[in-house]
Design a protein around this ligand. Sequence first.
Ligand SMILES: CC(C)(COP(=O)(O)OP(=O)(O)OC[C@H]1O[C@@H](n2cnc3c(N)ncnc32)[C@H](O)[C@@H]1OP(=O)(O)O)[C@@H](O)C(=O)NCCC(=O)NCCS
Length: 173
Amino acid sequence: MTAQIRTVDLDRFATFLPGLGRLLVDAVNTGASLGFWMPMSQADAILYWREVLQGLVREDLVLIVAEDGGEVVGSVQLLLSDRQNGHHRAEVRKLIVDTSRRGHGLGRALLAAAHVEAAFRGRRLLILDTRTGDAGERLYESMGYTRAGEIPGFTIEPDGARHGTTIFYHWLP
Ligand SMILES: CC(C)(COP(=O)(O)OP(=O)(O)OC[C@H]1O[C@@H](n2cnc3c(N)ncnc32)[C@H](O)[C@@H]1OP(=O)(O)O)[C@@H](O)C(=O)NCCC(=O)NCCS
């Protein structure tokens, strides 16, 4: 079955919540840099997604999921700037594809869906950051993003190891 990509509104959020939790746990516990240390529990993940729910309530966040047979297999978010001088921009956040589904174009399809949603809202400047050296860098560059720069030592692991982050931007046509 092919994954369906859709935005999640407030009414349907609860339906997706357990699957979103599993998606985040899967990514974090296999080493993705998404702001959390492993091991992550489902309960911790649910707490995170409840913060995302607040963004949906405030209407400054767009949540997009890929689902297949009732399972959440991917997700991405757009954080819409609420600044007076920033109504043309949004931040792409937490692009995640389930480990069992990677390498088949789903990440690219989710990002393309985020672009459609951003353009629909007049948000033509997109910004994001991703751990330097991760697969995301190639994906973003291949989708037209420009590398703005790198910040060394942006994240820190429990053992003290630090990793850089790369900041990208993209103007939608
Ligand atoms: C980044 C991520 C979303 C990509 O999802 P995906 O479905 O595997 O990506 P796609 O199959 O659409 O691949 C798109 C492009 O990404 C790049 N890419 C994907 N996997 C890659 C890998 N393992 N190594 C290097 N580049 C990779 C390639 O450029 C690829 O294009 P190509 O197939 O034409 O070469 C996925 O690896 C993921 O969920 N990672 C963990 C979370 C994360 O780090 N998110 C990004 C930071 S917010």
